[in-house]
Design a binder for this molecule. Structure first.
Ligand code: ARG
Length: 475
């Protein structure tokens, strides 16, 4: 190149404001690369040591705020330039058989695999809050809804555990995503690989990647592992948003099923009586931003020819934005659940108003040999009559029940009570107290197993970081 870069172009094309967050991963990956170059004889052990000494010094300088990021195109250029300044000519050897095109993917993968674990850990904390709230309210019955119309009595704990089940799948999706993140990209070079006999499997071992990506052109072209992650986070956020929506509804005086602690609500600057559920609303509100992150990267990727194109640099803003939002929302969502108190009397009032045990009545008739469709029609008629005179099942008279007289026994009365309605539920996954206890037990055990798996990954990665970058003489 004959001319130096136009200042405005430099500013326009720089990604350092974003990718400076990746400095630790760039240093860690560079240290592994230097150890591999040493192993294949391209660096002496003295040169390798000197490079890593420089990388450690840069780590310290960054952490002490002694490095100005501005003026560099990206974190890779900054670290390489500083290495040259600190360690002299050997600094120019580090980039052998490496390109920023594979380097950035490595940094992103090292970063993202840890963030996936961090997010999963926060999902577990939210789940623990849900389980604790369910455990505290094991026998509390509330109306369950379909079409937002009162439908059947359910346990409040059952409703909370529905969010456990959703977020359990979110964890499964993220852990599956991790398998595709946790595979080594480095060694692809710019796009075609290299004539230098590098040992990618050795680098994978050093960095605790269980496998090596097998097509160099794919490595530098694709960001599917990020797009997949953004899709998974968007879906997780959709679950959080629905939970937020329910908290908004339940805390509204129109429902009044829960009270949110004062420390988690805000007042109005004009209406003194207001207690607003802002935290739940904001979780719901931030969902759009995260969904749009997926759309943003999908749009960036969709028309790109192989292999690397600078457009790919735009993967970072949506990635970092989503991680920041999801971590903050998960944390506050767990605390929000801790700060809600169900209001039993209001739930009971709502249960009384809506003929919620009409289905139980039908099921009773079925046990007495009435075909379900017929039972449905008979109970429907009864409900219509009662409603027309403003009565509930509690005000049933013998004449209301006369069409049923052939089928009713002494055991009929409890069938209309909401509490016994949930107690009679017998199917797997239903709202019965025994089923909820089973779900709670299994959920607690599942979280413990997951936590163990996560801790062992975290330990493995931490050891790699220490062995590869921080310590010498480890081999
Ligand atoms: N900042 C770039 C990115 O994020 C790193 C790779 C740059 N490669 C290049 N040939 N300019 O994608």
């Amino acid at each position: 190149m004959s001319k130096s870069l136009d200042k405005e172009v430099e500013l326009f094309s720089s990604s350092i404001a974003e990718d400076s967050q990746l400095y630790l991963y760039d240093l860690w990956g560079s240290a592994a690369h230097s150890r591999m170059l040493e192993k294949i004889g391209l660096l002496t052990s003295h040169e390798g040591y000197s490079l890593r000494q420089g990388l450690r010094a840069i780590k310290q300088e960054i952490e002490e705020g002694r490095i100005a990021f501005s003026g560099f195109e990206d974190i890779h250029s900054l670290i390489e330039a500083r290495l040259r300044e600190l360690q002299g000519e050997v600094g120019e050897k580090l980039h052998t058989a490496r390109s920023r095109n594979d380097q950035i993917v490595l940094d992103e993968k090292l970063f993202l695999r840890e963030e996936i674990i961090n997010i999963v850990e926060r999902i577990h904390n939210l789940q623990k809050a849900l389980l604790a709230k369910a455990q505290e309210n094991l026998t509390l019955v509330m109306p369950g809804f379909t079409h937002l119309q009162p439908a059947q009595p359910v346990l409040f704990a059952h409703h909370l555990l529905a969010y456990f089940s959703m977020t359990k799948r979110d964890v499964a999706r993220l852990m599956d995503n991790l398998e595709r993140v946790n595979t080594l990209p480095l060694g692809a070079g710019a796009l075609a690989g290299t004539s230098i006999p590098i040992d990618r499997f050795y680098v994978a071992k050093l960095l605790a990647f269980p496998s090596v990506q097998d097509n160099s052109m794919d490595v530098v072209s694709d960001r599917d592992f990020i797009l997949e992650f953004l899709g998974n986070v968007a879906l997780l956020f959709i679950h959080l948003s629905r939970m937020g929506e329910e908290i908004v509804l339940w805390s509204s005086p129109a429902f009044h099923f829960i009270e949110i602690d004062d420390s988690f609500t805000t007042g109005s600057s004009i209406m003194p009586q207001k207690k607003n559920p802002d935290v739940a609303e904001l979780i719901r509100g931030k969902t759009g931003e995260v969904i749009s992150s997926w759309i943003s990267l999908a749009t960036t990727l969709k028309g790109l020819p192989l292999t690397y194109n600078r457009d790919l640099q735009q993967d970072k803003p949506p990635l970092f934005r989503s991680i920041k939002e999801v971590k903050a929302s998960l944390r506050i969502a767990a605390r929000l659940i801790e700060n809600i108190r169900p209001i039993k009397e209001e739930m009971e009032k709502a249960l009384r108003d809506g003929f919620l045990t009409a289905t139980d009545f039908c099921e009773y008739l079925v046990t007495k040999g009435v075909p379900f469709r017929k039972a449905h029609q008979m109970v429907g008629e009864l409900v219509k009559q009662l409603a027309s005179r403003g009565a509930s099942f509690r005000e049933l008279t013998p004449s209301d029940l006369s069409p049923f007289s052939d089928f009713l026994d002494q055991d009929f009365i409890p069938y209309l009570e909401e509490k016994t309605s949930v107690e009679r539920k017998a199917s797997f996954g239903s709202s019965s107290p025994w089923e909820i206890e089973r779900q709670l037990r299994e959920a607690t055990q599942w979280i413990a197993e997951q936590e163990e798996a996560i801790n062992s990954l975290r330990k493995e990665w931490h050891e790699s970081f220490e062995r590869v970058l921080m310590r010498e003489s480890a081999e």
